[in-house]
Write a protein that binds this ligand. Structure first.
Ligand SMILES: O=C(O)C1=C[C@@H](OP(=O)(O)O)[C@@H](O)[C@H](O)C1
Ligand SMILES: C=C(OP(=O)(O)O)C(=O)O
Length: 443
């Protein structure tokens, strides 16, 4: 990826002069949008996605599916009267999957992991490449499993990108073992394409830990919603085993929920300023890990009410430290770390060793950047220990990690003079972040 010098400019993070009081319409979920695109592309009839997230990760997913022959038409209806709804909808028209094709995964875990199994169904070679960081992110679970299921893949022997999947038009499928301790996305990837494998798929996780369980539940729920039969440990099956029966998938009309992990910085703003933020359309039932924020940020000093309209989150003026295992909800760690650095007592964030292989090494990046502002953060084997100290302004580096940028913005609310390097990196999942943030502050 070529970096535009303007993108790496410093963004003066707005400092809050009082309690925030705002309603923030948070765009659609990255994880739901990218799963919905894959499932719609594999279906036997056209489908619709309404209010999809339009961000770097989801546009890369759409572009990759188009490169393999899937039709994705973007439409905007001006008739929507719902606040925050741009009227955007994507019509997905499945087609025979074709190679040769080239896929740019950027640094999107969902694209680099969910699409090699789709490419194995194409009728020719599909070349996968991406940002330099994508070469370092774990992919061995997907590559080894696909090979065991009958796919031919050329890589450079490191079990990572870049690689070529030589699609054979179909894949045997069947039972496969995978150690998904470095990413739950290995399991999700195999399950999502599983209905289209000749024998379906039976995925057995062999590692000692498995992060991000809510994201695996999201995969299972969304598969079932398009007609797939899935047996899970939670539905009475064996522990750590998921089974998907072969069969056709339905084309559905799906409205994408707001991204609750992207709601995090806005809720955090209410927490650290003792203010109030309303997030409309917060689902009453969801598999998104961001829903855990209701509990986590309540323990850290806020209170929330889930109404028919959405979530009303109120800060009390006090911010408390927390001792919490974030293994299920790892992507919330940067935002929780930022709030914890502003708290009145220490925090222990545990269960997130796998964050070292996310967009950047998030444990090292959070430690370095918060400490550069005067903080006291120590990396542990599987997380962070954060002892709040008075912070001062300075440059907050983001390492091309969207959640580092939003974590820096949270700190900037409470600490004068924080400058965020490359706030444009939020485009990975929330391109409108700077505008939504200043809008929330009434600037
Ligand atoms: O399946 C998904 O949509 C995701 C799963 C998680 O990945 P890991 O299990 O690799 O942490 C999460 O962190 C990521 O942001 C999105
Ligand atoms: C880990 C994340 O993304 P990815 O889908 O690239 O793994 C994230 O969004 O926090």
């Amino acid at each position: 990826m070529t970096v535009n010098p303007a993108d790496t400019a410093l963004w003066p993070a707005p400092h809050a002069t009082g309690a925030v009081d705002a309603t923030v319409h948070v765009p659609g979920s990255k994880s739901v949008t990218n799963r919905a695109l894959v499932l719609a592309a594999l279906a036997s009839e056209p489908g619709w996605l309404r209010r999809p997230l339009r961000s770097r990760d989801t546009l890369l997913m759409a572009g990759a599916l188009r490169a393999m022959g899937v039709g994705i038409e973007e439409t905007v209806s001006s008739s929507s009267t719902v606040a925050g709804d741009t009227g955007e909808a994507w019509r997905v028209i499945p087609a025979g999957l074709h190679g040769p094709a080239t896929v740019d995964v950027g640094n999107a875990g969902t694209v680099m992991r969910f699409l090699p199994p789709v490419a194995a169904l194409a009728d020719g070679p599909v070349r996968f490449d991406g940002d330099p960081r994508s070469y370092e992110r774990p992919l061995h679970g997907v590559i080894d499993a696909l090979r065991a299921l009958g796919a031919r893949i050329d890589d450079d022997g490191r079990g990572a990108l870049p690689l070529t999947v030589h699609g054979g038009g179909a894949l045997d499928g069947g039972p496969v073992a995978v150690d998904a301790s470095s990413s739950s996305q290995f399991v999700s990837a195999l399950l999502l394409s599983g209905p289209r494998f000749n024998q379906g798929v039976e995925v057995r996780h062999t590692g000692s830990t498995l992060p991000s369980m809510p994201h695996i539940r999201m995969t299972v729920d969304m598969l079932r919603a398009v007609g797939a039969q899935v047996d899970t440990p939670e539905s009475g099956g064996e522990p750590n085993v998921w089974r998907v029966t072969p069969g056709a998938l339905l084309g559905r009309d799906l409205t994408v929920e707001p991204d609750l992990s992207n709601a995090q910085p806005f809720l955090a703003a209410a927490l650290v300023t003792g203010g109030r933020v309303v997030v409309p359309d917060w689902p009453s039932r969801t598999t998104q890990p961001g829903d855990r924020l209701r509990e986590i940020f309540t323990e850290m000093g806020g209170s929330c009410e889930l109404t028919e309209y959405g979530l009303v989150f109120t800060g009390s003026g006090a911010v408390h430290g927390i001792d919490v295992d974030l293994g299920e909800v790892g992507e919330l760690t940067p935002g929780i770390a930022a709030v914890a650095a502003l708290a009145d007592s220490p925090s222990y964030l545990r269960g997130v060793a796998h964050l070292r292989l996310h967009e950047t090494d998030r444990l090292a990046a959070l430690t370095k950047e918060i400490n550069e502002l005067g903080g006291d953060v120590t990396e542990t084997a599987d997380g962070l220990r954060i002892r709040p100290r008075p912070l001062h302004g300075g440059i907050f580096h983001t390492y091309e990690d969207h959640r580092m940028a939003t974590a820096g913005a949270i700190l900037g609310l409470a600490v004068e003079g924080v400058q965020i390097e490359n706030v444009a990196t939020t485009a990975k999942t929330l391109p409108d972040f700077p505008e939504l943030w200043t809008g929330m502050l009434g600037a």
